[in-house]
Every structure is written in structure tokens, then in C-alpha cells.
Write a protein that binds this ligand. Structure first.
Ligand code: NAD
Length: 462
């Protein structure tokens, strides 16, 4: 793992104008593992100009050639899979096996899907006496968080490049090394200079300068709802396109006919994976009151299995925040059945896998996104009650429904105000659109729906 001391702009690593640096810390042992540049507004301007200059050439590149570059990019990611996993483990703290199986593997699948979509998507259609052209939106500002550092980059950059857009990426402060590795991969894949640019830096400095830059046509942001709201306001004032992938507080609804042990075990695994730092994690488990005690006991046993396996949180601030929520859950009267606010280890930003029972829908831990390994189990009386609780937050990103038969689960899922629902533990699909209802966001990522976000239409009449 190598850290660059420059920014990747116009096809080369260049020194930043700003002398500020970001220290990258390994959250498992709190050691500084690298120092990388924190770009200023002038650096951002240089990167946007490079992306703007490269736009006409890349937009005019035939989709088949754009597809070939994306296929080459996927192949580089495959060749460097081990290094990607090591880098994510070093800066995010994710256990090595999870880094391989998810942090490295999912972006490879997504890059591959856009190589295929770029080759097969119909960028032109005939509607009566018109031809409708789908053209690239222009220069894209991609601003990403740290929790799935490579996935979130690829979920923006791959469709943007497939569409013919050029990109300036501002990755999260905590995980810039994965972004640098991605820039190396883009370079190795022979993507023309200026088509992809990387500026590492602080959100309120480099991120804000990028979102506000008049040379940017579309801001694609993944992160907290608080920052997303600001970015939406900036984009609205400038009348520029914006896509927002924000927070979540997803419900895992276990209907009375479900296989309870399976639903609870998979539900606990879902919340504990990536140390609970997953926006779509099913952090509210809803169980019928007749099976409630059994479910709580199953969850307590399941959570205990993660005590030695779970990675740290990304930084000290997140750990303080998550512990604060656990303390608030206790103070508001929820019953702690596993874990708690105490640090399980002396070094590293670890939090124990935590389960709360007797949680009521209005409690803070049932309403706000905790972003840590904390599960709340809520009882419900009947299906309408379950639906009211499931839909009773400002978020609507994802969720799960379990039932004895699929049709029953699907009928419930149709009534949920949420962008993605897994039925009886359905698998992740890299082609399925991902994104939120309500305050979980605007727009969709992945698959054909994700590609369309980076296209604008022009009608020619004959
Ligand atoms: P964050 O909003 O603090 O930061 C996200 C990115 O925005 C970072 O790159 C940061 O540097 C940048 N940023 C911060 N302030 C900025 C500003 N004023 N202007 C421009 N950019 C700015 O979020 P985080 O703490 O890094 O990530 C956790 C949050 O992300 C959680 O709320 C989680 O739910 C959400 N998230 C959502 C999805 C999704 O797809 N919906 C996926 C992952 C994470």
C-alpha cells in the first residue's frame, strides 16, 4: 500500500497547491499509517478545469470504446483485489475476510456491470417523428463517504464514465488511500487524461468548493442527511443536477409465519457487518408480540458470536457518537440485552455488538441513524401496527420482510415507504436500483437506473 503525496489531475499525480495534510489512521490500533494532501479551493478549480477540458473528447468517444475502458478498469481491480482489501482493512478497520468478500468484490461486479451497460445501452430512441438522444450531463462532482470506500466511488464513477461524463472525485477524509488506489487503476486502464480526477481533502473545504464550483454540472453525493441537505441547497440555487444517497433507519419486519431463527440470525448478521456502518442496515427488528421473547433470546445469542469478530468503528468521533446513542437508549428505558457503552478493548475504536429490547418506536435509538453495531428490537401487535412502525421514521432507504410465503412478504413490502426491500433474505443484486424514499435521498445508483442519472435527453423532430 503506497500513499501518494499529490493529487491525480489531468492524467498525472501533481503536487497540491495547498500545503495542508490529512493524517490517515488505522482504527484498529490508532496508528498513523499515511499523510496525504488536503486540497484547497485552487486545487479543486484545477481539477474541474481538467475535467471540463476532457469532456468534449470523452463525450464523443463511442460507447463501445468507453465500455472497453471500463472493462479494462474492472480487470485492473480484479488483478489488484488483494491490495484493495488490505488497503480497506488498514484505513477502515474492516476484518480481512469482509474486505475481500465485500469491499473488493462488490466494486468489481459494479465496474463489470457498467462495462456491459455502456456497450448495450441504447443512447438513442425513436419516438413518433422524433429521435431522442441521451447525452452526458457533463462534469460530475462525486463526493463519497468512508463506510464502503471503493464501492461508493465505483457506484458513481463507473456510470458517469459509461454515460460520457468526466469526473472530479472528493473521497472521505478517513479513507483516501482506497481512492488513490482507484486513481492508479483508472490510469492503468488507459482512461484518457482529465476524464477522471482525484482531489483528497476536507469536506467543508475541498468538498464544498467542488459542490459550489460553477464548472460542475452534476453533484453526486453519498453521506449524511445533514451535509446532503446543504449540497442540495447549493445545487438548487445554481440550478444544477444533484443526486443524494443519504442516511437510513431500515426496518427488518418478521411476520408471524416467518422462520424466526433464520430471520433473526440473518438480521443480526446484517446489522453487525461492517461494524454497523452500513446506511441500509436493518437496525430496527420488528417482531410480533407472541414471538417477541423468543426473538430477543435468539438475537442475544447471535450477537454474542460477533464479539470477537467485529472490526472497529472508523474513528474516535464515530465511537463517541455510537456510545452516546447506547447511553441514551439505556436512559430512555430500553432494555440492554447484549453489549453496552464500555470499550471492549484498550486500543482501537471498538464498540461491542449491542442489542436493545423493549424499544418503543418514538425512542431516539429507534428514530435516529446510529451507524454502529446496535440493534433495536420492537414488538408489534398486528400487520398495520408493524407497517406504521416500519414507515414511522424520516428515512426510507432499505428494509427486509420475512414470511412463510413470498407472496405474503411481497404484499407487505409493497406498502413500505422504502427504496429497497429484501424478501426472505434475498441476495444483493448489483443491477438493482439503490436509493432512498423520503429523507434517505434523491436519485438512484446501480444498474440502468444509475446510468440514467448521468444522462440528459435531447429531442430531434423530423
Ligand atoms: P458526511 O456527510 O460527513 O461526509 C460524506 C462526504 O461529504 C465526505 O467526503 C465529506 O468529506 C464530505 N463533506 C462533508 N462536509 C461537506 C460539505 N460541507 N460540503 C461538501 N462535502 C462535504 O458523512 P460520513 O460521516 O462520511 O458518512 C456517514 C453517512 O453517510 C451516514 O449518514 C450514512 O447513512 C450515509 N451513507 C449513505 C449511503 C447511501 O447510499 N444512502 C451510503 C453510505 C453512507
Amino acid at each position: 500500500m503506497k500513499a501518494h503525496d499529490g493529487l491525480y489531475i489531468d492524467g498525472a499525480w501533481r503536487p497540491a497547491g495547498s500545503t495542508d495534510v490529512i493524517e490517515v489512521v488505522n482504527p484498529a490500533d490508532e496508528q498513523v499509517i499515511a499523510r496525504i494532501p488536503a486540497a484547497g479551493a485552487l486545487d479543486v478549480d484545477t481539477a474541474v478545469r481538467a475535467a471540463r477540458a476532457a469532456l468534449p473528447g470523452w463525450a464523443a468517444t463511442p460507447p463501445a470504446e468507453r465500455a472497453a475502458r471500463l472493462a479494462a478498469l474492472r480487470d485492473v481491480l480484479v488483478a489488484r483485489k488483494g491490495e484493495i482489501a488490505e488497503t480497506v482493512t488498514a484505513e477502515l478497520g474492516s476484518p480481512p475476510q469482509f474486505s475481500q468478500a465485500v469491499h473488493a468484490a462488490v466494486p468489481i461486479a459494479v465496474a463489470g456491470s457498467y462495462a456491459e451497460l455502456a456497450a448495450t445501452h441504447s443512447f438513442e430512441e425513436r419516438v413518433g417523428n422524433s429521435t431522442v438522444l441521451q447525452e452526458p450531463v457533463g462534469v460530475v462532482a462525486a463526493i463519497t463517504p468512508w463506510n464502503y470506500p471503493l464501492h461508493q466511488i465505483v457506484a458513481k464513477v463507473a456510470p458517469a464514465l459509461a454515460a460520457g461524463c468526466t469526473v472530479v472525485l472528493k473521497p472521505a477524509e478517513d479513507t483516501p488511500l482506497t481512492a488513490q488506489l482507484f486513481a492508479e487503476a483508472v490510469h492503468e486502464a488507459d482512461v484518457p487524461a482529465g476524464v477522471f480526477n482525484l482531489v483528497t481533502g476536507l469536506g467543508p473545504v475541498a468538498g464544498q468548493a467542488l459542490a459550489e464550483h460553477p464548472g460542475v454540472d452534476l453533484v453526486s453525493f453519498t453521506g449524511s442527511t445533514a451535509v446532503g441537505r446543504q449540497i442540495g441547497a447549493v445545487a438548487g440555487a445554481a440550478v444544477k443536477r444533484v443526486a443524494l444517497e443519504l442516511g437510513g433507519k431500515s426496518a427488518n419486519v418478521i411476520l408471524p409465519s416467518a422462520d424466526l431463527a433464520k430471520a433473526v440470525n440473518v438480521g443480526v448478521a446484517n446489522v453487525m457487518s461492517n461494524s454497523g456502518q452500513t446506511c441500509s442496515a436493518w437496525t430496527r427488528m420488528l417482531v410480533h408480540r407472541d414471538r417477541y421473547d423468543e426473538a430477543v433470546e435468539l438475537a442475544r445469542t447471535a450477537a454474542a458470536k460477533y464479539a470477537d469478530r467485529i472490526g472497529p468503528l472508523v474513528n474516535a468521533k464515530q465511537r463517541t457518537r455510537v456510545r452516546g446513542y447506547i447511553e441514551q437508549g439505556i436512559a430512555e428505558g430500553a432494555r440492554l440485552v447484549a453489549g453496552g457503552p464500555e470499550s471492549p478493548r484498550e486500543k482501537g475504536y471498538f464498540v461491542s455488538p449491542t442489542v436493545f429490547a423493549d424499544v418503543s418506536p418514538e425512542m431516539t435509538i429507534a428514530q435516529e441513524e446510529i451507524f454502529g453495531p446496535v440493534l433495536s428490537i420492537l414488538p408489534y401487535g398486528d400487520e398495520d401496527d408493524a407497517l406504521r412502525i416500519a414507515n414511522g421514521t424520516v428515512y426510507g432507504l432499505a428494509g427486509a420482510v420475512w414470511a412463510g410465503d413470498e407472496a405474503e412478504a411481497v404484499a407487505f413490502a409493497r406498502r413500505m415507504d422504502t427504496g429497497q426491500v429484501d424478501i426472505n433474505g434475498g441476495r444483493f443484486n448489483p443491477l438493482a436500483p439503490f436509493g432512498g424514499y423520503k429523507q434517505s435521498g434523491v436519485g438512484r445508483e446501480l444498474g440502468a437506473h444509475g446510468l440514467i442519472e448521468y444522462l440528459q435527453t435531447k429531442s430531434l423532430q423530423f
